[in-house]
Write a protein that binds this ligand. Structure first.
Ligand code: NAD
Ligand code: LMR
Length: 326
């Protein structure tokens, strides 16, 4: 048995937290031979509810769960953390866009960035889920200048999973038949789910599926799926978001398979025309705990327009939070 790793989760008593913790403790992220110690972080009014979640975790008697610690602040909660899921933040409600959450949620990531820098383990890897996740991840990273660049990322894997599932259904295939489906840019309706480079059962998606549907139905469907779920459920996605967060961190931990790409929002150095210094979702491969942005992907003029629009939006969001950027 390996030595346990420390996994911190903020917003641990919330909806995503409740869907996430039990899967982490069951070994769904790091594998069946990797014990974990959970470090659960909440705000003071939610600590009682968190106690209840801890009781339930204990009652599962998970063999891989080697400890549960709780904290009502990130400086204590991130102590020695190797892996951090930054979920704790307000969700939007009907009629809001994710960007409308910037004022409420942005400041959370100032303190959490500082806490990562001062308290987390040297090998820390973090994913921001709380919305607007790209810009929150930027705030977090800018407030943790001593943490190596690229260790703080944002989640667009849920968008990728949504895109995979839609194409698989349309093509009469399984999700596992769809490859290289990558989402570019912001976790917002401007995101671009790049169906041009994706394949289904080894065939180009553009030849397996009607292109009119891809452009006119698929793109808005994926881009606005979060709002559709809020409309239907009366609450934002939780189990699917937790599952995607596990996918994001699991891929970062275990790596991508030969020829496989995945979507991660990471610091941009202007690749593919993205604005420099925003957290932009790119096609990446992962090996040895390090991601690499895929080089040399050719984009059509249509795709370039989409990339430019989502990049502009991220640059505008950065402008709105410029006072929080350390
Ligand atoms: P929720 O309201 O059910 O839970 C949020 C939890 O975070 C609450 O328990 C709250 O007490 C806690 N919290 C708030 N501020 C905190 C802080 N400073 N430190 C620690 N904990 C804090 O919300 P939810 O449904 O779990 O969603 C959480 C966030 O995830 C929202 O911002 C939502 O929009 C976002 N989200 C993102 C994606 C994505 O794909 N990136 C998908 C789904 C949801
Ligand atoms: C989602 O995509 O489901 C989340 O970001 C929640 C939301 O507000 O859309």
């Amino acid at each position: 048995m390996k030595a346990p790793i420390r996994v911190a989760i903020t917003g641990a008593a919330g909806n995503i937290g409740y869907a996430l913790l039990f899967r982490l403790a069951a070994g769904d992220c790091y594998g069946p031979d990797q014990p974990i110690i959970l470090q659960l972080v909440e705000i003071p009014p939610a600590m009682k509810a968190l106690d209840g979640v801890c009781m339930e975790l204990a009652d599962c008697a998970f063999p891989l769960l080697h400890g549960i610690e709780t904290a009502d602040n990130p400086a204590d909660g991130f102590k020695g953390a190797n892996q951090i899921f930054m979920v704790g933040a307000r969700p939007r409600s009907k009629g809001m866009e994710r960007a409308d959450l910037i004022q409420a949620n942005g400041p959370i990531f100032v303190a959490q960035g500082k806490a990562i820098e001062s308290a987390a383990a040297d090998d820390v890897r973090a994913v921001v889920v709380g919305n607007p996740c790209n810009t929150n991840a930027l705030i977090c990273a800018k407030n943790a200048p001593g943490v190596p660049e690229g260790r703080i990322t944002a989640m667009t894997r849920l968008d990728q999973n949504r895109a995979v599932s839609q194409v698989a259904t349309k093509a009469g295939a399984l999700a596992s038949d769809v490859e290289r489906m990558v989402v570019w840019g912001n976790h917002s309706p401007t995101m671009f789910a790049d169906y041009f480079h994706a394949t289904v059962k080894g065939q180009a998606v553009t030849s397996a599926v009607d292109e009119g549907w891809l452009q006119n139905d698929f793109l808005p469907l994926v881009g606005k799926r979060g709002a559709a779920i809020i409309e239907a459920r009366g609450a934002s996605s939780a189990a699917s978001a937790a599952s995607a967060a596990i996918d994001h961190m699991s891929t970062w931990w275990h790596g991508t398979k030969e020829g496989q790409w995945t979507s991660m929002a990471v610091p941009s150095h202007g690749q593919y025309g993205a604005p420099e210094g925003v957290m932009f979702s790119f096609a990446v491969t992962v090996s040895g705990g390090e991601y690499q942005i895929v080089d040399g992907i050719e984009h059509s003029d249509f795709a370039k327009e989409k990339l430019a629009a989502t990049g502009d939006e991220l640059a505008n969001e950065r402008e709105v939070v410029k006072d929080l950027l350390g």
